[in-house]
Design a protein around this ligand. Structure first.
Ligand code: ADP
Length: 692
């Protein structure tokens, strides 16, 4: 271990418990909750195994009055939920970690769509997160009831084996709603002065501490600056920390609110590593108790200096722990170059909130630990490891496949790439404005490829069907990717756009702009985004930065709607606005001319814009010609001794980077299975059977 990092491995006492080191997996959503208890246990367990000293659940609503459905939370109502989460505490303990539970009440934000209880808030004001929810203003009996529920849940948590119990107030949930004048307009003893507004939180802490304080560490999570209206600002936060300090064993600090979650789970596009310290770094002024905080930290030098400077005692990680569950162990063993660094793309959040099951762009095994039995660091030798494998194309899918095949002990794997560098689409994606950290996808794989003696990387070699057959491989994996359609083929019409021809000087594809340097013949450019994620907006920003008058025309009602699922949307739109990009929403283009493009708006009214050039970001098309050519001649494959040809990534169907990586990983894991071309079934959890 680098001596500079030794400080990260000192034990830290929090109340009655001791953390074995300073790595703390803060609560984060997973989509597992108590619905998929084995998945939950396996996901947190692998982090415990990887060296995290504490692993926590996601938010754990303890009352039907705080119902998160259809989102999945670690619901913690009763015996059944205890049995579900006991799997997790046992797994954490097996690996020497403490287990934490983030007991939670949404208060005014709770829609309670399934339980059909009314929402509860300090005052009757519509939720800023879900404005259709108008809560009941809590009466003293409601306050007592919620506090009793909190205490009962804390007792259940202790009995379930949890070492750390939260009174969760961050993200503008109930305790913060009482503390913040934005929510709290009360005139009784729970409103008005800071002391009054703090009363609900302080009483709850006191009562929880009273019943479990000797057995469990009592932690509170607080957003020390809402960075917007929905909470408090740092001055008030420090005053609250002073008021509550005696009741707390560990301060878990962050920024933002649930409506401004984008400022807490800040993406790499708009927030550098360590960005939260501007606010959370001030908490030390008010407490000598241990502090844990987050800021997408993956750099051990930054971690060590953060501890040394006293800003934090514990390195909190949610996304970095998903991208690399073995981050602590790699630092401990001096293998820092092997850390699979979080890209800050928030694909994990899209996966949880949008798709209902955690996944990660960098770590294909995240969320698959139980259901597919994948371990991030353990690979068994493939039954057919003696076969020579040729992987064609070193984009995300090909790189991941070659790395995983290498780890599965194949005697010889060749990864052959046509261009002079590996990375595939990442070669240009990482060069779009603000997307540099996504380059970590290539960087980690490059380091792995360098270290694997059984994997050779060949660049600058475009293979044909003939050269593939002559290569000498027994198994061929095609990862030849995709390209953006130059003729404007698009979802809304299912046809190309009239007049769109990427060989003309005024028509461009994203690759032509970002990789080949093609530019419009005049100053006024139109970027047409019918896809809705980062490419259209990224190209628009690139061109605007170069001084083009840039119009972003999109079929969607908002610019880049998919970026809202990753919490990038608001910043992205602000960013484009500041750079003078002019947005036109709800438009479908039908014709491209050399000076004018035309189409219809959402009401089928004509849309016309003069432009010197257009960039078409409509859809991608698979580069699968090589595959079809090889498969068309099975005899030639036989003669060449090729026993199997597989396809992965975009050359099967163009998808998100995370899915291309998953595809490459999946094939390598199952390449000695009964039907490698198709994914094996996985364990579909159906929860813990009801006790009664
Ligand atoms: P994916 O996301 O599926 O990995 P990409 O488009 O990012 O796909 O990457 C595909 C890579 O395959 C590109 O780098 C491309 O240069 C390479 N490639 C495509 N065809 C060939 C070929 N015939 N020989 C070698 N490399 C190829």
């Amino acid at each position: 271990m680098d001596p500079n990092h030794e400080i990260l491995f000192e034990p830290v006492r929090i109340g009655p418990k001791t953390l074995r080191n300073r790595f703390y997996q803060v609560p984060h959503c997973s989509g597992f909750g108590t619905e998929k208890p084995w998945t939950q246990a396996a996901h947190r367990g692998v982090k415990a195994e990887g060296g995290w000293a504490a692993v926590c659940t996601e938010y754990a609503p303890f009352s039907p009055g705080s119902d998160e459905a259809p989102l999945v939370a670690a619901r913690f109502w009763d015996e059944d939920d205890m049995r579900a989460l006991r799997l997790m505490t046992e797994r954490a303990h097996e690996h020497g970690a403490l287990a934490g539970i983030e007991l939670h009440h949404s208060g005014a934000h709770a829609a309670n769509d399934q339980t059909r209880w009314p929402g509860l808030g300090p005052s009757q004001i519509a939720s800023d997160l879900a404005p259709h929810v108008v809560p009941k203003a809590m009466e003293p009996a409601d306050i007592r009831r919620v506090q009793e529920e909190w205490v009962a849940a804390a007792q259940r948590a202790r009995d379930c084996g949890f070492d750390i119990v939260y009174v969760y107030g961050a993200h503008s949930y109930l305790p913060m709603q009482f503390l913040s004048g934005f929510y709290n307009k009360r005139t009784d003893g729970y409103g008005g002065s800071l002391e009054n507004r703090a009363r609900f939180w302080l009483e709850t802490l006191e009562q929880v501490r009273e019943v479990v304080g000797d057995d469990c560490a009592v932690v509170t999570r607080i957003a020390v600056d809402a960075l917007g209206p929905a909470g408090i600002h740092v001055g008030e936060a420090l005053a609250f920390v002073r008021l509550a300090d005696d009741l707390v064993d560990l301060w878990d600090v962050n920024v933002g609110s649930i409506a401004y979650w984008s400022k807490d789970s800040g993406t790499s596009r708009y927030f550098p590593e360590g960005y939260q310290f501007e606010w959370t770094g001030r908490v030390r002024e008010a407490t000598a108790k241990p502090i844990v905080g987050v800021a997408r930290m993956t750099d051990p030098d930054l971690m060590a200096s953060t501890v040394r400077s006293g800003i934090l005692d514990l390195i909190g990680g949610a996304r970095p722990s998903i991208a690399d569950p073995f981050l602590p162990q790699k630092i401990a063993e001096g293998r820092t170059d092997e850390i699979r660094e979080c890209t800050g793309s928030n694909v994990c959040i899209m996966k949880v909130d949008g798709h209902g099951h955690l996944g990660c762009i960098q770590n294909a095994t995240a969320g698959e630990e139980h259901r597919r039995g994948w371990h991030p660091e353990r690979f068994d030798r493939a039954a057919n490891a003696d076969r020579a494998v040729l992987v064609v194309g070193a984009g995300p899918a090909g790189m991941e496949c070659a790395v995983t095949l290498g780890k599965r002990g194949f005697d010889a794997v060749h990864l052959v790439e046509a261009s002079s560098e590996i990375g595939g689409r990442m070669r240009w994606v990482r060069r779009l404005p603000t997307l540099g950290d996504w380059g970590r996808i290539v960087d980690w794989r490059r380091i792995q490829l360098d270290k694997l003696a059984n994997v050779a990387v060949v660049t600058g070699s475009r293979l044909t069907a003939g050269t593939v057959r002559e290569y000498g491989a027994r198994i061929v994996v095609l990862a030849t990717g995709s390209h953006w359609s130059g003729d404007g083929l698009q979802a809304s019409t299912h046809e190309p756009i009239d007049g769109a021809d990427p060989t003309a000087p005024h028509v461009m594809t994203p690759e032509q702009v970002a990789l080949d340097g093609k530019r419009p013949p005049g100053r006024r450019v139109l970027v047409y985004d019918a896809e809705g994620y980062y490419v259209g907006s990224g190209i628009a920003e690139l061109l605007a930065d170069e001084g083009f008058e840039t119009h972003l025309v999109t079929t969607f009602e908002v610019v880049s709607p998919i970026s809202d699922l990753t919490l990038e949307g608001p910043m992205l739109r602000q960013h484009l606005h500041e750079r003078g990009v002019i947005a036109h929403r709800g438009v479908t283009l039908e014709r491209v001319g050399s000076q004018v493009v035309s189409g219809v708006d959402e009401f089928e009214e004509p849309f016309l814009l003069e432009a010197d050039g257009i960039v078409l970001v409509t859809q991608q098309v698979s580069d699968d010609a090589l595959y079809h050519e090889l498969m068309a001649d099975p005899t030639a494959l036989d003669v060449a001794g090729i026993e199997a040809v597989f396809r992965i990534g975009d050359c099967v169907a163009p998808r998100m980077i995370s899915e291309a990586i998953f595809d490459g990983h999946r094939l390598a894991r199952e390449i000695d299975g009964p039907h490698p071309a198709y994914p094996m079934p996985y364990d579909r959890e159906r929860g813990i059977p009801h006790a009664g």
